[in-house]
Structures are given as C-alpha cells and as structure tokens.
Design a protein around this ligand. Structure first.
Ligand code: KG4
Ligand code: ZN
Length: 346
C-alpha cells in the first residue's frame, strides 16, 4: 500500500509517498519561513495563501519522484490540529485528488504523525525502530506534551505544558535576543559555543512527580535579564543562549525520563521540531543511559513538519479499516483529541 501524504497545518506545505512499512519513496517540503520572518511568527492568512500557491507543485514533485500517480493506492491528509485556513488547503486538495482518482481518503492527526516519525525508513540501511509501547516527548512550536504510545489509535497523554510550548519558548527567547525567526535553530547554534553556567535561569516545574511543563516564566526571566543588562553580543550572547537552552532542555529531559519511570516503559522517543535540538538530544541520551532507557531520536527531516509521517500514519489507519469521505473537516487546537479519541487524558 503506497500512500500519498499531504501536510499543510502550519507554515510548511509538504507531500510524500510512503508505504505501510514506513519506506519513504519521496518527501517534499516547501517552507514559508521567508514569508513569515518579517512578522516574527506565522501569519495565518499569509500561510493559507502560500499553501495554495505551492500545494500542487509540491504534490506533483512528490508523486513524480515516487513513480507517478498510477502507483499511489490511497491519500492521507492532515486534518488537525493546526490553522484551519491552512489545513483546508491540504484537505480540499486531498479530497479532489481522491475523488478524481477513485482512491481511499483518510484524515490524520498531525500530533500522531510526529509520534510515529521514528518508524520512517529514509535510507538504504534499515533504521532501528522503537518497540511499542514507548514514551514520547512531543515538543514543537505549538505543542509540548508527554505521551504513552501503544498504537496509532491508542495513545495516552501523561502531561502537557500549562502555557507556552518549548518551541515557542525558544522562538520568543530568540526574538528578545534579536535573533530572528524561527529562533530554535539559531539558539541551538549559538549555544554550542556558549558557557551555560554564566547565567542562572530558573528550571520551571522541576519538582518530582509532575509531568506538566511551564515555559512562560523562563521567557520573562530572559526579558528581565535583557532589561537589566541589555542584549549581549559576541561570546556573552552565546553564553546566554547556552544558559537559556540548558534551562529548557533540562526540564524536557528530566520529565521525559520521569515519565519512563512512572510508566515502567524503558523506551523514549523524541518528536517534533525541538527534537532537532542538539542539546536536548545529548542530554536525554546521557540521562537515558544512566537509567537504562533507550532513546530514539529520528533524523532532523523526520522531526520537523513533513508529510512522510502523515502518509505513514495514514497507511496504519487504512490498514485498521478507517476510511473518510468528502465530509472530512479540519479541527484547530485540541478538537482532534475529543473528535478522533486518538489521545486520551489519563
Ligand atoms: O514540529 P515543528 O516543525 O512545527 C510545529 O508543528 O510547530 O516545530 C517547529 C519548532 C519551532 O518553534 C522551532 O524554533 C523549533 O521547532 N526548532 C528548534 C530547533 N529546530 C526547530 N528548537 C530548538 N533547537 C532546534 N535545533
Ligand atoms: Zn508539527
């Protein structure tokens, strides 16, 4: 079963062809970073327009690279959560294609896509995949939560952020430091040459037992630091980035390992854009080794938004009998949780 996946939930238009074993035949991503950069964040109306402009090109390229439309057996499309205007572009295109070709259509939850990204096989060599069940930390621009994952349709949320997402904390902190958008990769790069011990920033919610996060105080702490001392330059800027990153990473890593302890599951998956962070990868691996937890970190192309993860979860859903029709509707934040009963609060 070869599935064409379409993703348009935020600021990336993406299409990919993947089979039910996770084998990626094509994976095309068109980023809108340049469109939104002048505004320091995603502008929903501009995102919808940009999706509309690029969706056919992206799909045509993904299909051509995978061997043509005749080789596609089904269509999977991101249904939510995300910006509704942006989601509608992918959904309408997916419906039109499915109708025109007489192919089955299935809606996929973007977050479930992220959680199953480690199963994607991108190279010639097989990538080791986690055994189910596993614990997953999903940290992106819009979400930060811990999950217990048994199957694509059996996922329990263990805890989530009370305010900002981890990626949002990276982006907002970077904005305060004048580093541009999106800030996560920039902070990551500067932090690699900085000394994290030169500033003392809080480690929010790091008390034992809680699997919830809170990052808004950290953003306030860096804003206060800049108010008092001004925006640092050169080595001092790298040092502050290192301290800021270390504060976010320490909370994410310790709580992820705590979730493994609480559930008794010795496997941890890092997912979402923030999983691309070098500091987070290194620290979770280090803590994982100490407590006998295997840490799975997908390659960066699988961490950030892509359609391969959507196609793969689509293949799993189709294999378990799900089919959607032309009434398939988008959902913004959270609605998908209730709607698909994909993610249940424990
Ligand atoms: O999963 P994603 O591509 O899109 C969403 O669904 O949100 O995540 C984007 C987020 C942004 O906040 C970006 O700054 C962050 O992931 N990010 C990083 C890194 N690469 C991307 N944060 C920290 N370090 C990175 N290397
Ligand atoms: Zn995402």
């Amino acid at each position: 079963m070869r599935v064409l996946g379409i993703e348009s939930s935020c600021d990336e238009t993406a299409a990919a062809v993947v089979d039910e074993r996770g084998l990626v035949s094509s994976d095309v991503v068109s980023s809108q970073i340049e469109t939104h950069a002048p505004y320091g964040g995603v502008v929903p109306e501009l995102a919808s327009r940009a999706h509309l402009e690029s969706v056919w090109h992206v799909i045509s390229q993904a299909v051509a690279e995978a061997g043509g439309l005749d080789t596609i057996d089904a269509i999977a499309v991101t249904q939510g959560p995300g910006l509704v205007g942006a989601l509608l572009v992918g959904l309408s295109t997916g419906k039109a294609l499915a109708f025109a070709r007489g192919l089955p259509l299935v809606g996929v939850d973007h977050l479930v896509g992220h959680l199953f990204a480690p199963f994607l096989q991108r190279g010639d060599e097989p990538t080791p995949v986690p055994e189910l069940p596993f614990v997953a930390l999903l940290a992106s621009g819009g979400h930060t939560a811990l999950y217990e994952v048994h199957a694509h349709d059996r996922i329990t949320m263990l805890g989530q952020t009370r305010d900002d997402a981890a990626g949002e904390a990276f982006d907002k902190g970077a904005k305060i430091l004048g580093l541009g958008y999106p800030g996560g990769p920039m902070v990551d790069r500067l932090a690699s040459t900085g000394d994290p011990t030169r500033s003392d920033l809080p480690r929010p919610m790091l008390r034992k037992g809680s699997l919830e996060f809170s990052f808004s105080g950290l953003k306030t702490a860096i804003a206060r630091h800049v108010e008092l001392h001004g925006v640092p330059e050169g080595q001092a800027l790298s040092d502050l980035c290192a301290a800021y990153q270390a504060a976010i990473v320490e909370v994410l890593a310790q709580k992820s390992l705590e979730a493994c302890k609480v559930t008794g599951i010795p496997r941890l998956v890092l997912a979402g854009g923030v999983a691309a962070n070098k500091g987070l990868r290194a620290r979770t691996r280090e803590l994982g080794e100490k407590c006998g937890v295997s840490v799975f970190v997908p390659p960066i192309a699988s961490c950030t938004d892509n359609a391969a993860m959507i196609a793969y979860v689509g293949a799993l859903s189709l294999a378990s009998g799900r089919r959607d029709d032309a009434s398939l509707a988008p959902y913004s934040r959270g609605a998908g949780v209730k709607r698909g009963k994909v993610v249940e609060k424990r």
